[in-house]
Design a protein around this ligand. Structure first.
Ligand code: TXA
Ligand code: MG
Length: 354
């Protein structure tokens, strides 16, 4: 594996090398504005297979195809509708994946046999230049072993993937921290299949009706119709037994919620000999970190959901390193990017809410 550091800027000769290697069938980790991806030539069935192998990804979970311009969009899809074009104009390049009809150029292992394909034009210079230089669309899932939190910082990624990929490009910590919003347009309405920083209000603002898929906060039950295969797979969970503390369910004032969270955790900690880990906001740190059987992981200010979003996967990855008996995570308000954060946290806790 070769690791190239682009934190101070793109080194053209190195990016050319990675682009050529990807075109010829190798796989490379590269940054996007959301999370890092593991990329392969989307037209090359064997290269795409190497991604599934590297991640240990279930063979029924399709990959997102990353493009750098509309010319590429037209090669990989067919029949983009007026409303889809409107959405593309508004949100690309950006953290939005749209499920569209695939063209015959995309091999079936990219989409796991589906006739639709998820497409995204990332808003990240390294990613866009890489696709442009390679001259082909790049299929890329998040950079992590399947089921683990998505890779957002290079240390975790190198640790986990160094023996599994050909190249890793270090572009520093990613800006958003949770993966792109995944949508499908059905009957002129946007269905959000996976929430991200582009929120329901962003579509409403441009006059488009939005529906959140029911599986965003609920587990898949037998017989349910599943719009996106990713919904039924376990995700982001630490090996440690983890619980979500959701104080926002209750209709109390901001201040009271903070106090309630602290009181709940203090009660849990004092009622046990166990060492527990708490992932929560900066505002509660002082009150909780002094308790002898609590390890506190500060995920950022509760008044800055983007900061929490940036830190959330790195925080989840720290839990198992702390060697604790249990972990409790403070929930956030389900609004804006808070919807995406809660979607990831509920899964990380395997739907255990206290
Ligand atoms: O921000 C992101 O989207 C990152 C960066 C690297 O672009 N990528 C990412 O990929 O998160 P991945 O593979 O971890 O998640 C892709 C999600 C999965 O939940 C998958 O089931 C869904 O998109 N998906 C892909 N193609 C689909 C399709 N044709 N129909 C429905 N869902 C699809
Ligand atoms: Mg993923």
């Amino acid at each position: 594996m070769r690791l190239y550091d682009f934190k101070k800027g793109i080194i053209n000769s190195k990016l050319n090398e990675v682009a050529k290697a990807i075109k010829e069938g190798k796989i490379a980790v590269f940054p996007t504005e959301t999370v890092y991806g593991i990329g392969a030539n989307a037209y090359d069935e064997n290269a795409v297979n190497s991604i599934f192998k590297a991640k240990g990804r279930p063979s029924d979970n399709p990959l997102i195809v990353h493009i750098c311009d509309i010319e590429m969009l037209n090669k990989v899809t067919k029949g983009v509708s007026r409303i889809e074009k409107l959405i593309i104009d508004k949100f690309w390049p950006g953290p939005l994946t749209i499920i569209l009809q695939k063209s015959d150029k995309i091999p079936l292992n990219v989409t796991c046999g589906l006739d639709t394909v998820g497409i995204r034009m990332p808003d990240e210079k390294i990613a866009l230049e890489l696709i442009k230089k390679a001259g082909i669309p790049i299929a890329a899932p998040s950079a992590n072993i399947s089921g683990r939190p998505s890779g957002t910082n290079i240390a975790d990624i190198v640790d986990e993937l160094k023996d599994k990929v050909d190249y890793i490009i270090d572009g520093g910590n990613t800006n958003i921290g949770v993966e792109s919003t995944v949508i499908k347009v059905v009957a002129n309405q946007v269905n959000i299949l996976r929430p991200g920083i582009i929120s329901p209000e962003d579509f409403e603002k441009i006059g488009i009706k939005v529906k959140l898929d029911t599986h965003i906060f609920e587990d898949v039950k037998q017989g349910d119709k599943i719009e996106s295969p990713g919904m039924k797979h376990r995700h982001y969970a630490p090996k440690t037994n983890t619980f979500l503390v959701d104080c926002y369910k209750e209709n109390t004032k901001e201040d009271a919620k903070g106090k309630k969270m602290i009181a709940k955790i203090l009660k849990i900690a004092s009622g046990t000999e166990d060492i527990i880990c708490v992932i929560g906001c900066s505002e509660n740190k002082k009150a909780l970190e002094k308790i002898s059987n609590i390890h506190y992981i500060d995920y950022g200010s509760k008044y800055n959901l983007l900061e929490i979003s940036k830190n959330i996967f790195t925080s989840l990855r720290q839990v198992d390193k702390k060697k604790v008996n249990r972990c409790y995570i403070e929930g956030v308000k389900k609004e804006g990017i808070g919807i995406a954060i809660m979607n990831r946290l509920i899964r990380a806790c395997d739907y255990n809410i206290v």
